[in-house]
Design a protein around this ligand. Structure first.
Ligand code: UT7
Length: 311
């Protein structure tokens, strides 16, 4: 048997903040942001809309799409670096909202968190601990963004994704995975004492370009596949230039890489699942396709999975 995703959900808040909106409050231009990052707009949660609220919305859609009831979930894993509070975890808040009791915890692996969640879920499903595991990636980065810092304020957005995972047919689902972390790079991207994102953009950029390409190639090789077997690449939506470097490393044509960064910005743990859900909605990923998800983030962390899509 394999282990795979049988239902996905995504949610972004209604309010859109464009580059032009930022031009009026920061020393920046729409042209600079577009050309250096590929970002045109991002969605920002309302003051009274917290991380858990967005997680609930994406989860409801995922469980409906999976055709299961909340009480069938045995474990909830929520990847986030912007929870409502230190504890209780967003995962625990989900159990309360859905009126269930099950194992629940948050994962702090920054933008790689959704991949960490998928791979952790896979272990519990393979060893028969649970029948269904819910993996959520959610961020309200707007509350940890320093809106006076043009180096970071232009990059981030809010949003959520959720995936229901269970056993699927042999040869389907997650075929290979790779997770990693190197704390020596932690100083390049972190939450500072004011609880704001602090970043050395150039260092993170260099790391990301190298790591995303390497991880994508390795996770295909681990699955016994070649670059040309990849049907679709879902990279962490951090910066179009970093994403393009990963695509070129796999020699993939443009239409085979997911791109949502222009409208959502960098939504950290939500970004990969959000993009995956969107590509599925648009029919771009088909049964039996080989899909590579790859991300990097604060920690520094990285992660990748090769999935053969379908049940
Ligand atoms: O999920 C992971 C999160 N982090 C990332 O993914 C960040 C990865 N890094 C990046 O995406 C890029 O490094 C940035 C988009 C952050 C910056 O792009 P860059 O091409 O590396 O620019 P830079 O930092 O080398 O800055 C070039 C110039 C600088 O001016 P000088 O020193 O050349 O005079 C900056 O001060 O651009 C200036 N600059 C800006 N100008 C207008 C920096 N931010 C802005 C801005 N608007 N928002």
């Amino acid at each position: 048997m394999g282990v795979g995703i049988i239902g996905l959900g995504k949610y972004v808040p209604e309010k859109v903040l464009t580059n032009h909106d930022l031009e009026s409050v920061l020393d920046t231009t729409d042209e600079w942001i577009r050309s250096r990052t590929g970002i045109e707009a991002r969605h920002i949660a309302a003051d009274d809309e917290n991380t858990s609220h967005m997680a609930i919305k994406a989860t409801q859609i995922a469980i409906d799409n999976a055709g299961i009831k909340p009480e069938q979930i045995g474990l909830i894993l929520v990847a986030t670096v912007s929870p409502d509070q230190g504890f209780p975890s967003v995962a625990c808040q989900l159990t309360e909202h859905f009126g269930i009791q099950c194992a629940a915890m948050d994962i702090a692996a920054a933008c790689s968190g959704f991949i960490y969640g998928l791979v952790t879920a896979q272990q519990f499903l393979e060893n028969n601990s649970y029948e269904y595991v819910l993996v959520v990636g959610v961020e309200k980065l707007s509350k940890v963004t320093d809106w006076n810092d043009r180096n970071t304020a232009i990059l981030f957005g809010d949003g959520a994704c959720a995936a229901v995972m269970t056993k699927v047919s042999e040869g389907r689902g997650i075929l290979a995975s790779e997770l990693g972390a190197d704390g020596s790079g932690g100083k390049h991207l972190y939450l500072n004492e004011e609880n704001h994102i602090a970043m050395n953009g150039r260092e993170v950029f260099k790391f990301a370009v190298r790591q995303m390409g390497e991880s994508a190639v390795q996770v295909l090789e681990k699955a016994g596949l070649q670059k040309e077997d990849c049907d679709f690449l879902i990279p962490h939506q951090a910066n179009i230039r970093i994403m393009e470097a990963a695509r070129e490393r796999l020699n993939l044509p443009e239409e085979k890489m997911s791109k949502t960064v222009h409208k959502y910005g960098n939504t950290s743990a939500a970004s990969i699942g959000l993009s995956l859900a969107e590509e599925l909605e648009q029919g771009k990923i088909k049964d039996d396709d080989i899909v590579v998800l790859v991300g990097f983030g604060g920690g520094l962390t990285w992660g990748a999975v090769t999935i053969r899509w379908g049940k």
